[in-house]
Write a protein that binds this ligand. Structure first.
Ligand SMILES: [Zn+2]
Ligand SMILES: [Zn+2]
Length: 248
C-alpha cells in the first residue's frame, strides 16, 4: 500500500483484513495477523475476531481471546465488548459465564441500550423498542406477529432460542424473541405497506440470529425485499437469502 500508493495502513485497514480472514473462517491466520501487526490492535479488532469465532463456532479460541480482552481491554466504559462476550457465551449455552459477564457490567454501571428499530411509513418515522406496546396500533402489530409466526411454523421454521440471553424455558424464550424491535417494525411494515413493496428498517444494535433468520424467511414467504441496517452493516433480504450471506 505504501510503496505503490503512498498510503500508510491505518488501524481500519488492518481491521478490514481481520474481517476478511474471519469471514473466510481463517481464524488462526486472523489471530496471527493481529499479533504481528506493527501497530497496537484496538478492541474493535479483537471483537471482530471473537465474533468470527462465534460464527464459525470455535469456542476454544473465542474463550481464550475473551480472557485476554477481559484482562487487558475492559477497562473502558464501553459496553460493546461485554455485550459481545455475553452473546458468545449464550450462543454456546454457557449461562454461568454469561451471568458473570452481566455482573461485571452491572458492577461498572454499564447498561446495554435497549434494541430499537425504526421504520418509515408514508413519510413518518415509527420507532419500536423490544417488547414495546406503546405504539397506538400495538394490538394490531402483535396479532400480526402471531399470524406471521403461525405461518412460519407451518413452513417448518424453528425459533433460534439459544439467542435469548436468559435461563428461561424454551417457550418463554420464543416469546421474548418474537418481540424484538425489528420484528415489531417488520410486522407494522407488513400491515401498512402494499404487497410486494420493499420494507426498510434501521436498528441500533446487531440483530440476533433469530431475527436474521426470521427476516430471510419472511422475504420468501411474503415475497418482500427487506433492507435492514443494523449497527454494523446493511442486510438485503430477498427470496429467502441475505446479502451478508449469514455473516454479520
Ligand atoms: Zn432478535
Ligand atoms: Zn444479513
Amino acid at each position: 500500500m505504501h510503496k505503490k500508493y503512498g498510503v500508510w495502513p491505518a488501524i481500519q485497514h488492518y481491521g478490514c483484513v481481520v474481517d476478511l480472514l474471519a469471514r473466510a473462517g481463517r481464524l488462526r491466520d486472523a489471530e496471527e495477523f493481529i499479533r504481528k501487526m506493527p501497530i497496537e490492535p484496538d478492541e474493535v479488532l479483537w471483537r471482530t475476531l471473537i465474533w468470527g469465532c462465534k460464527v464459525h463456532k470455535d469456542m476454544n479460541r473465542a474463550e481464550r481471546l475473551i480472557k485476554r480482552l477481559e484482562c487487558q481491554k475492559l477497562e473502558s466504559n464501553d459496553c460493546e465488548s461485554f455485550v459481545l462476550i455475553g452473546n458468545v457465551y449464550a450462543s454456546a449455552g454457557k449461562w454461568h459465564d454469561k451471568a458473570r459477564t452481566r455482573e461485571l457490567m452491572n458492577k461498572r454501571g454499564l447498561v446495554k441500550p435497549p434494541g430499537s428499530s425504526k421504520i418509515e411509513i408514508y413519510g413518518k418515522i415509527h420507532e419500536f423498542i423490544a417488547g414495546d406496546s406503546s405504539h397506538p396500533e400495538a394490538e394490531k402489530i402483535y396479532s400480526k406477529l402471531v399470524e406471521i409466526e403461525k405461518k412460519l411454523r407451518e413452513e417448518g421454521y424453528q425459533p433460534k432460542v439459544s439467542e435469548v440471553l436468559l435461563e428461561i424455558d424454551d417457550e418463554e424464550k420464543a416469546f421474548q424473541l418474537s418481540h424484538h424491535s425489528e420484528k415489531l417494525a417488520l410486522a407494522f411494515g407488513l400491515i401498512k405497506t402494499s404487497p410486494g413493496s420493499e420494507i426498510r428498517i434501521a436498528k441500533n444494535l446487531r440483530s440476533c440470529e433469530d431475527c436474521h433468520a426470521f427476516m430471510k424467511v419472511i422475504s420468501k414467504i411474503y415475497q418482500r425485499d427487506i433492507i435492514m441496517r443494523d449497527r454494523i452493516l446493511f442486510h438485503h433480504f430477498s427470496n429467502g437469502d441475505c446479502s451478508c450471506r449469514d455473516y454479520w
